[in-house]
Design a protein around this ligand. Structure first.
Ligand code: S3P
Length: 434
């Protein structure tokens, strides 16, 4: 475990090719959904990072066989759609909100007991948003702090869960997915309506397992799985993670004389808000060689240094770039003019309170340049930079954003840099090639 990571200012432009590692959201889902089948699923380009390994650990504890052929390739063999078995001990979701929230939906309909724990960050995050709709379906889930926090206990409901129509107050793929997964086992169709459509990897992948889903606008309905109706595909190839590519999209834009080719990036439209915002800021980005991989759109993306300008965006686009606000804030510090971000209150309940973390830690490098608002940020561009020691706050996306900021400015010393292992273990070695 490294205590600190020092990043020196880039001495030259970043030029070259980067193979973007597998998508975190899709990697989680591939193991979970394959684990409900009864035939082996060969998963390729799996993201070998701490969060996805939390999902592997949980699925193994539920009786699913997971065999790694190498770090990024595995064979998952379930025991059938009703084949999960009672875990012998507490299930550890680690730092992973996706593991915990999606598994709550999968375990609520089961006829055995399960108990969840997680790390300090996950223990602070709200779970009532998932527990509430699942309880409406008839699930019995109990948690600390008025049923809002870990540890959580899931008790057999004693009868089938009921299909519901849930109007979610938040646009959250984790909430939506938990309800849809519980709905697979319910007595009637289940519909989730969101304020704005969140990432739809659950829907896309479940369709590949033979599940019947229907989408209308920001609503999606899942139909309960009939006998023999769940059929695992032989293979899933996970596309590269646009949320990991985002650090290089911004680095390539703001570090002088850069030109990067990012290979195999997932461009599912529910995830490409970062491309829209950067292009509106004036970034030089070319999306090429579009193709399909594992039911998802992928492409290669070229980015070159460009003069950026400030932009304003809000709630509507937020679900499409929810994890990219820290790195967009880095781009904004180098842009001409102000960037105004609203409708971003969800960032306060991520791995850390990201609005506060950005305002506090980024300003150690760019004093006086960021105003923290209740549901967003105002970032003053062309900030005057200095070198400083900062903290990732134990948040992987803060660590990577601070590293790019330091490289593009006067350098940085980052505390708790190992948090990058949550989603991009090779991030520092990748950036140190330049
Ligand atoms: C995720 C959904 C998002 C995102 C998280 C991964 C997923 O969370 O922030 O990193 O895999 O479904 P919310 O849906 O709760 O916003």
């Amino acid at each position: 475990m490294a205590e600190m990571k020092t990043i020196e200012p880039a001495r030259r432009g970043w030029r070259g090719k980067i193979d973007i590692p597998g998508d975190k959201s899709i990697s989680h889902r591939s193991v979970m959904f394959a684990g409900l089948g009864d035939t082996p699923v060969h998963i390729r380009n799996f993201l070998h990072a701490a969060d996805c390994l939390s999902t592997v650990g949980v699925m193994r504890a539920l009786g699913v066989n997971v065999e790694f052929l190498n770090e990024n390739e595995l064979i998952v063999t379930g025991r059938g759609f009703h084949g999960l078995t009672e875990p012998l001990s507490v299930l550890d979701a680690g730092n992973s909100g996706t593991t915990l929230r999606l598994m709550m939906g999968l375990l609520a309909p089961q006829s055995f007991l399960s108990v969840f724990s997680g790390d300090a960050s996950l223990t602070r995050r709200p779970m009532g948003r998932v527990l509430l709709p699942l309880s409406e379906m008839g699930a019995c889930i109990y948690g600390r702090n008025n049923n809002n926090n870990l540890p959580l206990t899931i008790i057999p409901a004693g009868e089938m869960l009921h299909g519901i129509h849930y109007n979610s107050p938040v646009a959250s793929a984790q909430v939506k997915s938990a309800i849809l997964l519980a709905g697979l086992y319910a007595d009637a169709p289940t519909t989730v309506t969101e304020p704005y459509t969140s990432r739809d990897h659950t829907e896309q992948m479940l369709a590949g397992f033979g599940v019947h889903l229907e989408r209308t606008g920001a609503s999606v309905t899942v139909f309960p799985v009939a006998e023999g109706g769940y059929r695992a595909p032989a293979e899933i190839t996970v596309p590269g993670d646009i949320s990991s590519a985002a650090y290089f999209l911004v680095a390539g834009s703001i570090i002088a004389d850069s030109r990067l080719l990012l290979r195999n990036v997932g461009i599912n439209p529910t995830r490409t808000g970062i491309l829209d915002v950067l292009m509106e800021m004036g970034a030089h980005i070319i999306v090429q060689n579009e193709r399909t991989s594992g039911g998802e759109r992928v492409a290669d993306i070229t980015v070159e240094t460009a003069a950026l300008r400030g932009v304003s965006f809000g709630a509507e686009i937020m679900p499409r770039l929810i994890d990219e606000i820290p790195i967009i804030a880095v781009a904004a510090l180098f842009a001409e003019g102000d960037t105004v971000i609203t409708g971003a209150g969800e960032l306060r309940v991520k791995e850390t309170d990201r609005l506060h973390a950005i305002a506090t830690e980024f300003q150690k490098l760019a004093p006086g340049s960021i105003e923290e608002r209740e549901d967003g940020l105002v970032i003053h561009g062309q900030a005057k930079m200095q070198r400083a020691q900062v903290s990732s706050c134990g948040d992987h996306r803060m660590a990577m954003s601070l590293a790019v900021l330091g490289a593009a400015a006067k350098g940085v010393i980052i505390e708790k840099p190992d948090s990058v292992n949550i989603s991009y273990p090779t991030f520092f070695s990748e950036m140190e090639r330049f």
